[in-house]
Each structure stands twice: as C-alpha cells, then as structure tokens.
Design a protein around this ligand. Structure first.
Ligand code: ATP
Ligand code: MG
Length: 345
C-alpha cells in the first residue's frame, strides 16, 4: 500500500498563543514558500494541531479564537488557498488522529516517553502532578499526525528532533511487526538537508538572548508577537538586552543580543545577514543600530497586519471544508490499515 503520489511535506503550528517573529520566520515562512513554489512536486499539508493546544494548561474560552487567529496568520503569511496541492486542516476535525494515537499508545513503552527531553524539562519545571498524561504521550499523537498522511518531510526545530526520531522508531516497529503499514519519514539530518538554511534559525528572546524566543514565554517582554502593536514591539527592540563592548559584531557566543538583532534586521528587511553585517560591522552606537532594527520591525509588523486585515474568514472556511474532507479520506485509509493489522477490522 505504498502511495505513488507526490511526497508529502507536513507541518503543524501549535495554537496556544499568538505566533512570534521566530515562529513566522522559522516555522511558517518555510512551509508557505514550499506551498507557493513547490506544490506541483509535493503535497503540502499545513494543520492546526488543536489537540496539542492543551497538553499544557490554557484558557479554554480562548481556544477557538486562537485556532482562527492561527489560520488567518497562515494566510496573511502567503499560504495560497486556491491550490489543491495544499491541504489546510484542523487536527481535531480528523478523528483518525485520536484513534491511531490509541493504537500506537499500546505499542509504546512508558520508559520511552519518560525519556523525552521536553517531558523531562516540563516535569522538572512544574512538577509531575501538574504535567498531564496528554503532555506525556503527545509525541505519539505527533507520530500519528505524521504517519496518517504518509509524510516524508516534516520541518522540525531542534526541540522536535527527538519526537521525529520517535515517529521513525514507532513506524519501523509497526512495519516490522505487521508488514508495510507506514511510510517512515526521513531522519532529522535529511530533513535539515531538504529544508535548508531555515532549519537552524533560532531567534532569541530580546530580554534574555541566551534563550530562544518562545510564544509561551511567561512575561512576553522579550518576545515580538505578530499581532502586537507595532509601536509597542519597536519599544521592545529599543529595550533589548545587549552588551557593553560598544562594537557591533555578529558573534552569537560573546554578543548574543547584538547578533540576534542583526538576524532580526536581516529577516524583517529581506536583506542577507552578510549585507547587514557589512553595513554595521564595528560601529559603536548601539542606539542607532537598535533604532534601525526597531524601524524595520515596526514596518514589518505594520505591513503584515495590513495583510492580516485583508484575510477572508469565508475563504478559509471553504478551504477547511475541502481540505478536511480530503484529510479524512487519506487518514482513514491509513487508520484502516492499522486497524486491520491489529485485528480490529
Ligand atoms: P512554545 O513555547 O509553545 O513551544 P514556540 O514559540 O517554541 O512555542 P512551537 O509551536 O514550539 O513554538 O514551534 C512552532 C514552529 O516555530 C516550529 O517550526 C519551530 O521550530 C519554530 N520556532 C519556534 N521558536 C523559534 C525561534 N525562536 N526561532 C525560529 N524558529 C522558531
Ligand atoms: Mg516550542
């Protein structure tokens, strides 16, 4: 039952908060570029992993709004809706995700899940009584998200590499036991080679440039959100932590704050990092430099938010309807293979 159709590229962006500049350039833009330029060679699946949204506590009265915000952000970032080679869907509207997860749950060791770094980190941070079983086994849900669609390419950040490796393990384990059930996605190294430069991108937190910018950051002081007031965002740039070396250099080891701002300036102006470096290298006025970055971020957000305001919810609804029907067909076919294999059908 190997499919002869186009290789599938799949990605989901968790709808637990407004997306950040990091999510935009590191997660969203690469897949949107693929959707714009490569959809005749690849099937592109972009989904809102709404079931993943509350593995950690959220305000549930906000979830619908969050899901729709994310959908609009995808479109504002350029996702083409009039393209059959692109599927846009909400995970919970395809029940096979939950159903396959249960099957795979029963072939996964608790030790295997306990060793997941993200689980260990969150447990250490908030204690195991506050870490849900959902967070414990979300890598299995993630494996289902990927395997149901026979996906080959899944762009992953560093934080997700381990979960992709698990997806490969469980797929191989099931294939060994039951015959060719699943397409095994490419290994992390090959993913990086396929997606190229964007994969290594890590925009840092402005207040603490030793850690990455995260949408779930508690204070949000060092985070630029896509929907936030551009003026307010510019203020965050002006207050960004730097160093006292009084010389602009791209050196993420010794000048992480300045290096991060160079990165942000390049991304938001569309220039290369090298161009920015040759423009600013060795200059001593951090004030002027920050002003330039703040101006660029303000302009970027203003432009992006103008696009966001143009997005039609009706067009999204129409796309969801056709994509979710198609996604259910594909996912159900895979689920049925698994159900037959384990003797449920
Ligand atoms: P959370 O705090 O909820 O984990 P996050 O900001 O880390 O949020 P994810 O949902 O984990 O976001 O990841 C969404 C996508 O954005 C992934 O492709 C991830 O690699 C990418 N991404 C996340 N943070 C950054 C960043 N700081 N720089 C570049 N890309 C990023
Ligand atoms: Mg993350």
């Amino acid at each position: 039952m190997k499919d002869m159709s186009k290789p599938v590229i799949l990605t989901g962006l968790r709808a637990n908060n407004d997306l950040t500049l990091g999510n935009y350039f590191g997660g969203l833009l690469p897949i949107v570029d693929m959707a714009k330029n490569k959809s005749d060679e690849y099937q592109i699946n972009l989904f809102v992993p709404d079931l993943h949204s509350f593995t950690t506590p959220i305000d549930h009265s906000d979830l619908q709004k969050q899901i729709w915000n994310n959908l609009r952000l995808f479109v504002a970032a350029g996702l083409p809706l009039d393209n059959d080679g692109v599927h846009l869907y909400r995970q919970s509207y395809v029940s096979a995700h939950s159903e396959l997860t249960w099957v795979l749950d029963c072939f996964t060791g608790t030790g295997e899940m306990s060793r997941m770094t993200e689980f260990k980190d969150k447990t250490a941070k908030i204690g195991d009584d506050r870490v849900s079983v959902g967070l414990f086994n979300y890598p299995i849900l993630m494996a289902s998200d990927i395997l149901l669609y026979n996906a080959t390419y899944v762009p992953v950040g560093d934080d997700q590499s381990q979960h992709l490796e698990f997806t490969r393990d469980i797929a191989e384990r099931m294939n060994n036991k039951f015959g060719e059930l699943f397409t095994v996605p490419k290994a992390v190294k090959e993913q990086h080679a396929f997606f190229g430069k964007d994969q290594g991108l890590r925009i840092k937190d402005l207040a603490d440039p030793t850690k990455k910018m995260s949408k779930s950051d508690e204070s949000g002081k060092g985070v630029i959100f896509l929907s936030e007031d551009p003026e307010f965002a510019a203020g965050k740039i002006m207050r960004a932590a730097t160093d006292d070396l009084a010389s602009i250099n791209y050196d993420s080891q010794n000048q992480p704050g300045i290096s991060n701002l160079i990165e942000i300036l390049a991304l938001t102006t569309g220039k290369t990092k090298e161009e920015i470096i040759s423009e600013w290298q060795g200059k001593s006025s951090y004030g002027d430099f920050k002003q330039a970055v703040a101006d660029a971020v303000r302009a970027f957000l203003t432009d992006f938010q103008a696009k966001l305001a143009q997005v039609s919810d009706e067009a999204i609804s129409t796309k969801l309807e056709t994509s979710e029907a198609a996604a259910n067909d594909i996912a159900d076919a895979t689920l049925l293979r698994a159900q037959k294999a384990v003797g449920l059908r």
